[in-house]
Design a protein around this ligand. Structure first.
Ligand code: THU
Length: 134
């Protein structure tokens, strides 16, 4: 098993804790911080649907709460059979912490590697705020 396959396997494990009674669509994610530390997350749905938290957002905020500010890699897995790529909101959250690469899977579960620039070109980030230029 190579490194990308290992990360996808970890993301699949994280999806085991998915709370997704409304969609039935389990998602898991693992964040690898620039330091090498790893943090996992799963999607957590809510009866008030718009309060759903994506797996990526869960893993990113868990890492941030542990003090992480630079993320090297995030891997995402959807064990219910379809390849999936992060939603727009999660891509923007990745942008905040300089994610270098994003690993998703194809429909067969094999890893595909993207840069964040592939997924979110011409993005808006912290350096675009006037306050960052003072
Ligand atoms: N979901 C994620 O966790 N990550 C994504 O990138 C796409 C969607 C979740 C949200 C919801 O619980 C379910 O998948 C269906 O949209």
């Amino acid at each position: 098993m190579n490194e990308l396959q290992r990360l996808i396997a970890e993301a699949r494990n994280a999806a085991e804790h998915s709370y997704s009674p409304y969609s039935g669509f389990r998602v898991g994610a693992v964040v690898v911080a620039a330091t090498g530390s790893e943090y996992t997350g799963c999607n957590v749905e809510n009866a008030a649907y718009n309060h759903t938290i994506c797996a990526e957002a869960n893993a990113i905020t868990t890492a941030a709460a542990a003090g992480v500010r630079e993320i090297d890699t995030i891997a995402v897995a959807c064990p219910d059979g379809f390849g999936c790529t992060p939603c727009g909101n999660c891509r923007q959250m990745m942008r905040e912490f300089n994610v270098r690469r994003v690993i998703v899977t194809d429909e067969a579960g094999e890893p595909i590697e993207y840069t964040l620039e592939d997924l979110l070109p011409h993005s808006f980030g912290p350096g675009d705020l006037p306050s960052s230029r003072e």
